[in-house]
Design a binder for this molecule. Structure first.
Ligand code: NAD
Length: 324
């Protein structure tokens, strides 16, 4: 398959590298100039459990890419979906787009810019970290599920599954994909949100009676919203995934915590924020998700405010002293 990976950060680079190494024709598309320069100069380095891949892989800015490709694999953060898709708009007229991004509302975001019958939607437990420009890592076995957003089976779905499996990415079709997406979202809302707010990890959240109780409350709210929106999510599946993370991912820092600590924007609006908004619309109690969304945004705003103030302070100390 000819595949363009749109958003070649941690996840996009890991998927792109594995696909290229197995014989697929892959181009990475990204806007991070440091990453682009590093990959062009030194190749892409991907640390996996059993090997480290060093690959020469094409990488360029999306607006410079003409295609054609069989598939666009979208791996930007959710708040960059629109800009990224707009930058490859000519390709969208014919090319299917697959999103394995976290969160709720990905189909709706894609459907604003492409046709429902070309949207493929899914979820993955694959972990990935950006170590440095040109260097990523992914450790641990994981599964990926996906399906057509309109529920219609098409041959390209089987072709994608075969291509991913050949690349060592355990992938399968799941006609009930919305339930899988909500299960992952419930897990992310509970565990990522609480880790981000407590400077914690799944191990520390699971160790705390408060952490466990809050995680259950958050996840149960998400499942209740799924039910109210017609998705048959199963709370026991989410509980099992959370317990597995509490027991096994003791020191893993979820990306929301990493982003919060680094002062980067988080995906909170596609997770607890989306659940809170839907719950409010559907008359489902979402107090815990609402509070987590508000507190994570408070962290983001505090960081922005401190930075702006530090800049002002360094440029106009006497004026700032007068104001305060
Ligand atoms: P990331 O920040 O490492 O990578 C996103 C990349 O998108 C960056 O390299 C960024 O430069 C690029 N980008 C931003 N705007 C762009 C644009 N307009 N055009 C092209 N590229 C653009 O994020 P990630 O960790 O790889 O996560 C990507 C998605 O996968 C998220 O939705 C995340 O929730 C999901 N996910 C991540 C993991 C994980 O372990 N990292 C696991 C499962 C799902």
């Amino acid at each position: 398959m000819k595949i363009a990976v749109l958003g070649a950060g941690a996840m996009g680079s890991v998927y792109g590298a594995r696909l290229l190494a197995s014989g697929a024709d892959v181009t990475l598309l990204d806007v991070n100039e440091d990453h682009i320069a590093a990959v062009r100069e030194n190749g892409l380095q991907v640390a996996l459990d059993d090997q480290t891949l060093h690959l020469n892989i094409p990488i360029q800015r999306p607006e410079e890419f003409a295609g054609p490709v069989d598939l666009i694999l979208l791996f930007t953060k959710t708040f960059h979906t629109e800009a990224a898709l707009k930058s490859v708009q000519p390709l969208l007229k014919t090319t299917p787009v697959m999103s394995l991004q976290n969160g709720i509302g990905n189909v709706e975001r894609l459907a604003q810019l492409t046709s429902m019958d070309r949207i493929i939607i899914g979820t993955t437990m694959t972990p990935a970290d950006m170590i440095a420009p040109g260097k990523v890592a992914s450790h641990g076995a994981a599964t990926t599920q996906f399906y057509a957003a309109d529920g219609q089976h098409r041959p390209i779905l089987d072709e994608i599954a075969r291509t991913l499996c050949a690349a060592g990415i355990e992938a399968s079709l799941d006609a009930n994909i919305q339930a899988a997406i909500w299960h992952k979202a419930a897990f992310n809302c509970a565990v990522n949100g609480l880790c981000a707010l407590s400077d914690g990890t799944p191990g520390s959240v699971g160790h705390s009676a408060y952490g466990r109780a809050l995680a259950v409350q958050v996840a149960q709210e998400v499942v209740n919203v799924a039910h109210a929106s017609g998705v048959a999510a199963d709370f026991d599946v989410v509980r099992g995934t959370m317990q597995h993370a509490f027991d096994n991912h003791h020191f893993h820092e979820p990306s929301m915590l990493q982003d919060r600590k680094a002062g980067r924007r988080t995906e909170i609006d596609a997770l607890n924020g989306a659940v809170a908004a839907m719950g409010a619309r559907l008359n489902v109690s979402v107090n815990a998700n609402m509070l987590i969304m508000q507190l994570v945004h408070l962290f983001e705003d505090t960081h922005t405010w401190r930075n702006a103030r530090a800049t002002t302070h360094s440029r106009q100390p006497e004026q700032d002293a007068n104001i305060s």
